[in-house]
Design a protein around this ligand. Structure first.
Ligand code: PEP
Ligand code: CO
Length: 453
């Protein structure tokens, strides 16, 4: 059902009447307008049909007929817009989705945190190092991470570059997922170089062999090749944080009502900007896209009810995905009451668990990290709580990379606090590495089977 923009008193720019948190201050208005005009004139990154299809898939996930795997970088960077980074991220997402599809016996909807995840909310507007204070790094779409005055000046031209880098990323993702890369007959295409040394290699390959046997069997029985397993769909998502940029990508399309954000399939509203009366919720509420909403420990049942009614007033299937991120020692306190609050509204939403953002901690030397056990602990509790509340956990949300980094502690390979310095690459949040991500997928399956048989 398309939104009736007129009766909702909404437009892609109506957010400008509200308080917009986490926005940079651009100094040159003319440059800003020029850059936004440029972004507005560029072709869209995604189509309205894809957006509508994703909404259908998310509606299915809410009913338990699909499982959502949303994952990728905390923040993409322009420098990491390379074949190696993009393909290794796709490979781990493919491997995880294979484990989940097979283990949960459910189709997996794959949504990347990529092709647009360039804007970051920060806890402070400034950063001080050795007595020098500069504006905070707000993601490559705003400024540069280097700690110099020049680098930290917000540059509107970066929005144009973000759009181009998103297009380059998406081009490779689309080509790979439509070509032979996605062919289930050749899962070895998704093996990463260091896979052979993984403690999970054997378990993974045993599963792949069994899938191959099943495919062979089906091909013999049906006497035809199963071409449909040769392509897969990857959808994109990012935090809709930098509102002028999101507005420039919000478009009407021929023969359809309403306004679509054609910069991504699934924009989400972050925890720091999710107040019902503020600009980010205002912007998101009128879009045709399905919307993600981060829900943290500070959320109250009353505010969540208001958000559900604001963001999904027509109770449209697939419209709203609640992404909970409490922390492993807080989820037990908060989630049950919020599930009940949403039930009170009579509306249906898709619940998914982000076990990353509530479990961030700092080591003694100030390194940001997360513990595998806390991440898994929050996920397992989410599964338990939804089952106990007669609700349904329809997906998961991870910050991960296909690379062999050392940013999170724990997992089968036993990364210790003292190992974090070996390959710590993230500019913002610590990500699960390849092994930890695959282990997480197997662990979800184990827990799910223990609960649901
Ligand atoms: C994120 O997803 O990178 C993020 C900043 O999350 P949250 O808004 O939940 O803190
Ligand atoms: Co993050």
């Amino acid at each position: 059902m398309a939104h009736d923009v007129a009766t909702k008193d909404w437009s892609p720019s109506s957010w400008q009447e509200k308080e917009a948190l986490q926005q940079p201050t651009y100094t040159d208005e003319v440059e800003l307008e020029e850059a936004l005009d440029h972004v507005s004139s560029l072709p869209p990154l995604v189509t309205s049909w894809e957006v509508d299809n994703l909404k259908d898939e998310l509606a299915r996930a809410a009913r338990g007929e699909r499982f959502l795997l949303q994952g990728g970088e905390c923040a993409e960077s322009f420098a990491d817009c390379t074949a190696d980074v993009i393909t290794s991220r796709l490979k781990i997402l493919m491997q995880m989705s294979l484990v989940l599809t097979y283990g949960l016996n459910t189709s997996v909807v794959r949504v990347g945190r990529f092709a647009g995840q360039y804007a970051k909310p920060r806890s402070s507007d400034t950063e001080t190092r050795n007595g020098t204070t500069l504006p905070s790094y707000r993601g490559d779409i705003v400024n540069d991470a280097a700690f110099t005055e020049e680098a930290r000046v917000p540059d509107p031209q970066r929005m144009v570059e973000a759009c181009s880098s998103s297009a380059l990323t998406l081009n490779l993702v689309r080509s790979l997922s439509e070509g032979g890369f996605a062919d289930l007959h050749h899962p070895e295409y998704w093996d990463l170089d260091f896979m052979q040394h993984s403690p999970l290699a054997e378990e993974y390959h045993a599963m792949v062999d069994s899938i191959e046997d099943t495919l062979d069997f089906l091909e013999v029985v049906t006497a035809r090749e199963l071409d449909s397993v040769e392509s897969v769909q990857f959808y994109t998502s990012h935090e809709a944080l930098l509102l002028p940029y999101e507005e420039a990508l919000s478009r009407s399309v021929p023969h359809k009502d309403g306004i679509y954000n054609l910069g991504t399939h699934l924009p989400w509203v972050g925890k720091r900007t999710n107040q019902p009366e503020n600009a980010h919720v205002e912007y998101a509420r009128g879009l045709e896209n399905p919307i993600g909403l981060k829900v943290g420990p500070d959320m109250t049942p009353t505010i969540l009810k208001r958000l559900v009614q604001t963001l999904d007033p027509d109770d449209e299937p697939g419209e709203l995905t609640l992404i909970t991120r409490f922390g492993s020692d807080t989820i037990g306190d908060r989630l049950p009451g919020l599930i009940e609050a949403v039930r009170d509204t009579g509306q249906s939403v898709l619940w998914i668990c982000d076990p990353m953002h509530g479990n961030t901690e700092k080591t003694d030397d100030g390194t940001k990290t997360r513990r595998f056990d806390n991440i898994l602990g929050e996920l397992e509790q989410a599964l338990d709580i939804h089952a106990a509340e007669d609700s349904h956990l329809g997906g998961v949300h991870f910050e991960l990379t296909g690379r062999n980094v050392t940013e999170c502690i724990g997992g089968a390979r036993g990364i210790a606090e003292s190992d974090l310095g070996e390959a710590y690459e993230s500019l913002v949040d610590p990500r699960l590495n390849y092994d930890q991500s695959l282990e997480m997928a197997f662990s979800i399956v184990r827990k799910y089977r223990a609960l649901h048989g």
